[in-house]
Design a protein around this ligand. Structure first.
Ligand code: 5AD
Ligand code: SF4
Length: 470
């Protein structure tokens, strides 16, 4: 787990914030250095970009100084995410000074949001939005001849369906599969619909083919990704039959009982009984749902245009807990949205206690250009109040997470081994179906990609500890 400077809690496999990953470490003819920030979708997009560039002779490198091409896949979700990326751009420009032939490019949401502003600031050579990665090779070539370039066209169709992501920095056990792109919801605080465009679902055939290939290569866990996976909806052009998200989940789960299936993110208004029943039915669909509430206050949920109220949300939670025994639920929470009062804030604290989230991603509100909130609502909660409320939320969530984890002590869970623990190669790390990280000593018999039973002996708010009992 990462704790970023703003005190927001960011978990390694997930989402917006200041986490980043460097792809690759090989060295060949032309070398590309890619840094990714933000959500899992961005990380998966960087793998697609690596695949497009691979076809044009670019090999990934982890060494900024030795690269011919520096790309940063960016996040616009909050202002501080953008500020951090700006700092990185200054560093890339230093590398460019020592080697002027280096091309620097901005990809992703910030490219889409700021468009030619980034070129005008002379920070970068190319600017490419999330739907325009196929044009990267041409833009790079033009930039090498001194012509800076931009392509931020959003598409209603682009799904990169035919491109097999290059899983360079992967652990070889778990992989992301993007099942849909864009978002049609218009949550009033969110910039994503403006940076990632309209919602479109990928063909079930190509999703399943990708999952089968991963399984055959030894992967044991796939996470189906989309801004709002529950609205996945694909019509087969051959016979007009439709595939819903619940159906897709079962199709992927049917590949093998040895393949774990995860998904993110669900929207409370769209998660259906059919999805909940499907999760319960398949042992290999993980018993973990990320169901962001954003706020506990019905008045704020209305202003946020989330299209559900507290009562609806709690009904969904009760349904999930009653149908899927042992399921863990996590959330995204925003402190200090427009007009939030102490009473509204108390409602958020109440919902954390009531739902007993296993963990949450917590942020204070950051006004984003073009959103409904920016155009129509007043960002009137003072920053000190936002920060104080966020701290209260984090503190409460930490206590709730600790209780959640302590309740696992003495129990035995099936854990998929992901690799060595960060601190010691005498320990494995792996996850339970509830998405909890477990650290346990190796016993010589098992390795990465194996399932083992681990009895939990200790826990803190972030991690479980235990030993193998196979
Ligand atoms: N300010 C703060 N947090 C935001 N999020 C989205 N937009 C904003 C914003 N303007 C959070 C939401 C969302 C998560 C990905 O980021 O909680 O679910
Ligand atoms: Fe943003 Fe709402 Fe879409 Fe999530 S569902 S990406 S918060 S608009």
């Amino acid at each position: 787990m990462f704790e970023n400077k703003g005190g927001e809690k960011i978990v390694d496999e997930h989402r917006q914030g200041e986490i980043f990953e460097v792809i690759g470490n090989t060295s060949k003819a032309r070398r590309v250095y890619i840094e990714s920030y933000g959500c899992q979708m961005n990380f998966n997009d960087s793998e697609i970009v690596a695949a497009i560039l691979d076809q044009h002779g670019y090999q990934p490198t982890g060494d900024l100084e030795k690269s011919d091409l520096i790309l940063v896949n960016t996040c616009s979700i909050r202002d501080n995410a953008e500020q951090n990326i700006r700092k990185r751009l200054t560093i890339y420009n230093k590398a460019k000074k020592s080697n002027p032939s280096v091309v620097v490019g901005v990809l992703g949401c910030m490219a889409e949001r700021l468009k030619d502003e980034l070129l005008a600031e002379k920070m970068v050579d190319i600017v490419v939005g999330p739907d325009a990665y196929r044009s990267l090779p041409q833009l790079i070539e033009q930039a090498q001849h001194g012509n800076k370039g931009i392509n931020v066209l959003l598409s209603k169709e682009e799904l990169y369906d035919d491109i097999q992501p290059v899983r360079i920095d992967s652990n070889g056990v778990s992989a992301f599969i993007t099942i849909m792109r864009g978002c049609n919801n218009m949550c009033s605080f969110c910039v994503v619909p403006f940076t990632r465009g309209r919602e479109r679902s990928r063909s079930s055939y190509s999703i399943i083919a990708e999952a089968i290939e991963l399984f055959e290569k030894g992967y044991r866990e796939v996470t189906l990704l989309g801004q709002n996976v529950d609205s996945y909806f694909w019509t087969n052009p051959e016979d007009n039959s439709v595939v819903s998200f619940a159906r897709l989940l079962s199709l992927v789960a049917d590949i093998s009982p040895m393949l774990r299936v995860r998904f993110a993110t669900s929207h409370p208004k769209d998660i259906t009984d059919e999805v909940i029943n499907t999760i319960a039915k398949y042992p290999n669909i993980c018993k973990y749902i990320h169901l962001p509430v954003q706020s506990g206050s019905t008045r704020l949920l209305d202003l946020m245009k989330r299209t559900y109220d507290q009562e609806w949300y709690l009904e969904r939670i009760n349904k999930i807990y009653s149908v899927i025994p042992g399921v863990a639920i996590s959330s995204d929470i925003i402190a200090g949205f427009c007009t939030e009062t102490e009473e509204d804030h108390q409602e958020t604290l109440k919902i954390i206690r009531e739902v007993k989230y296993s963990m949450s991603y917590m942020f204070y509100y950051s006004e984003r250009p073009r959103t409904y909130a920016e155009r129509n609502l007043k960002d009137d909660v003072p920053i000190e109040v936002k920060k104080r409320r966020l701290n209260e939320i984090i503190q409460l969530q930490n206590e709730v997470s600790l209780q959640h984890n302590l309740a696992d002590v003495g129990k035995t869970f099936e854990v998929l081994i992901e690799g060595d623990s960060k601190k010691s190669n005498e320990f494995h790390k792996g996850r339970t179906t509830q998405n909890k990280m477990v650290i346990f000593p190796k016993n010589g018999s098992f390795s990465k990609g194996d399932y083992v039973f681990v009895e939990i002996t200790d826990a803190n708010s972030a991690t479980l500890k235990g030993h193998i009992v196979n």
